[in-house]
Design a protein around this ligand. Sequence first.
Ligand code: IPE
Ligand code: IPE
Ligand code: MG
Length: 261
Amino acid sequence: MSGFVVDNPAARPSVVPRHLAVIMDGNGRWAQRQHRPRSIGHRAGARAVNLCVDYCLDHGIEALTLFAFSSENWQRPADEVGALMQLFMRALDREVDELHRRGVRLRFVGERSAFAKPLRQRMDRAETTTAGNTRLQLNIAANYGGRWDITQASRKLAEDVSAGRITADTIDEATLASRLSLADLPPPDLFIRTGGDQRISNFLLWQLAYCELWFTDTLWPDLSRETLNGAMHDFASRERRFGKTSEQLVSANSATSGKIA
Ligand code: IPE
Ligand code: IPE
Ligand code: MG
């Protein structure tokens, strides 16, 4: 988890995202290129997770959401799914104490009931152990799908209406958003996908509405600080307009900077 050389602070980007969302893709191809089983790629991918967490801690990123297993990934061959479940169990046994020591709060998002009891118990325990930590919020999306998330939020709203807690005419974007996973966090402002494919693959569909998207051909197990620096520098150079014009942003900034505190 530690031992990485701290990179040159002068080369650091001036604006870092508050919430980074990552599709960790390319484990299988990484292994296949070496004529090794895909499970070896997943194991190597776990090391890249540590690097990414270290990077977020070093750069003051508040929240990191990692896509570990999608609701569609159950369709993979049974031996690959089994190897992934074993890997999740071992990673939790190995890493939770150290994450806790470093002030990381761990949470899992996705439909948990599909996982075997020993894994669910580890997930629950990891969340309880780290619940009071505030340095980095680490969300692991496991058996997660963006469509599932919007569906479960809609179901909760329907239950609230039928129980008389709210009326249908009060439902707006904010009420739906409050029932989604990660509702208590700012939405991701930077999305990174490794592995070369440029798609969302049913990750955070609602929450990514205004996120900056960044893609790299780097395969997840080959992730390096340089790759992440590249994403951060690109992010820092983007103009986030949220529907406004460039001119409006410039005049709002100069009005703010001209204010005497
Ligand atoms: C991502 O890597 C990990 C999971 C989906 C669990 P892949 O296993 O999708 O790797 P590629 O895309 O086949 O190379
Ligand atoms: C997305 O990767 C899910 C995870 C990284 C966990 P996939 O490799 O499953 O995505 P597709 O199938 O290529 O879109
Ligand atoms: Mg893939």
